[in-house]
Write a protein that binds this ligand. Structure first.
Ligand code: GLU
Length: 452
């Protein structure tokens, strides 16, 4: 997409002001490309400098995280929390522990989160955090010590009305448990609403663990329904095999689709019989093993090692693609392969998994529906907001009720994106719809709250 001349200067300033943070530039660019017509229709946003304010986080925290491994050796990692925007509610967004994490990663994720959280319609602002700590191969005790050290610094910035982290890549219920335990000890408060993604026995909410994957599948189904079709009978490929992917696989199959592929950083598996949810969950959630183990346990599954040959997981023919692994995992070339093989629906379960070339290819292709992560994966954070509601009222809801709420929220997000895209002359373009609808919610609140 060509950037409107009204927003191009903002983008150039973001690059100049945030050197080297390429993922952040990419995330900003994608939103700004959609905003030209909004500035024409609503001049107050330019007058109040809403775009400039949105691109500058309210607060950025960078800290040292010292910790000791099981042999007593000392390690130093870097911790981050970017509190991006609190116009709609307390900062809300996950923590990512992965060796690739640097300030640019956290800022791209935080920026996306602001719009995503706005789209959910829930009272949550946007933030993100994490560390370049690599949890792979670390013992439980090592993970606990790292989480305790991380929280010993971060706790002073958190609070149920201030900033509410959750999980992301490398941070699940186990890590949230250690983080919550340390927060509770330091503050002497059982403040359940300070973190979401908690375990069910200590303040967590049913469906939160499944919510991002389920929500992505509900969104894909909504896109199909908008053209009089459904997921029933479709062939699906899901990349990744973490928390988002596993529950996307479960829900897609429950809705009558067959998921024939999934992956991890070592490669991908193709299983023509349909990925067995129990097997993949056992390997990934319980054993914390590799995807090659899956192929060994299933009669017709094959494993392809990453980097061997040209094929990627996106070479597997499918009707629906759900990228649920990580950023920039689906390229322009992958998009072309998918569409050549008949794929007509893409819903992003991960954050920014499709490269700009890939997004352009999907959006420009007639008859292809592309659901960007801001909309399609918003079910996770929306269910975090439901967890906060339950914590605040000291209540807990049933699985069925919560899942129904999630499904309604995803249908609402789909409707909002669809209608907004049509209103601004881009019918069927969910990227434009999500960016503009998210922007309008946050931007209007910022105008109302004055210059703060
Ligand atoms: N990390 C998730 C996301 O990207 C969830 C954040 C949350 O629940 O706060 O939206």
């Amino acid at each position: 997409m060509v950037m409107d001349e009204k927003v191009e200067p903002f983008y150039n300033e973001v690059i100049r002001h945030n050197p080297g943070e390429v993922e952040f530039h990419q995330a900003v660019r994608e939103v700004l490309e959609s905003l030209g017509p909004v500035l024409v229709k609503y001049p107050e946003f330019a007058e109040h400098k809403i775009i400039e304010r949105l691109c500058e986080p309210e607060r950025q925290i960078i800290f040292r995280v010292p910790w000791q491994d099981d042999k007593g050796e000392v390690h130093i990692r870097r911790g981050f929390r970017v509190e991006f925007n609190s116009a709609l509610g307390p900062y809300k967004g996950g923590l990512r522990f992965h060796p690739s994490v640097y300030l640019g990663t956290v800022k791209f994720l935080g920026f996306e989160q602001v719009f995503k959280n706005g789209l959910t319609g829930m009272p949550i602002g946007g933030g993100k955090g994490g560390s370049d700590f690599d949890p792979k191969g670390r013992s439980d005790d090592e993970i606990m010590r790292f989480c305790q050290s991380f929280m010993t610094e971060l706790y002073r910035h958190l609070g149920e009305y201030t900033d509410v982290p959750a999980g992301d890549i490398g941070v699940g219920t186990r890590e949230v448990g250690y983080l919550f335990g340390q927060y509770k000890r330091i503050t002497n408060r059982y403040e359940s609403g300070v973190l979401t993604g908690k375990g069910l026995e200590w303040g967590g909410a049913l469906v939160r663990n499944e919510a991002t994957g389920y929500g992505t599948v509900f969104f894909a189904d909504e896109m199909l329904r908008a053209r009089g079709d459904s997921l029933d009978g479709k062939t699906v490929v899901v990349s990744g095999s973490g928390n988002v992917a596993i529950y996307a696989i479960e829900k897609a199959q429950e809705m009558g689709a067959t998921v024939v592929g999934c992956s991890d950083s070592s490669g991908y598996v193709y299983d023509p019989d349909g990925i067995c949810f129990d097997t993949i969950r056992e390997i990934k959630e319980v054993e914390r093993g590799r995807i090659v183990d899956y192929a060994a346990r299933r009669p017709n599954a094959v494993f392809r090692e990453r980097g061997k040959g040209d094929a990627t997981i996106w070479s597997i023919p499918c009707d629906v693609a759900l990228p649920c692994a990580t950023q920039n995992e689906l390229t322009g070339r992958d998009a072309a392969t998918l569409m050549k093989n008949g794929c007509t629906v893409v819903a992003e379960g991960a954050n920014m998994p499709t490269t700009p070339e890939g997004v352009r290819a999907f959006v420009d292709a007639p008859g292809v529906a592309f659901g960007p992560g801001k909309a399609a994966n918003a079910g996770g954070v929306a269910t975090s907001a439901l967890e906060m509601q339950q914590n605040a009222s000291r209540d807990s809801w049933s699985f069925k009720h919560t899942e129904q709420r999630l499904q309604e929220i995803m249908a609402d997000i789909h409707h909002t994106c669809y209608e907004t895209a049509a209103e601004f002359g881009s019918e069927g373009n969910y990227v434009v719809g999500a960016n503009i609808a998210g922007f309008l919610r946050v931007g209007r609140a910022m105008v109302a709250l004055g210059l703060v």
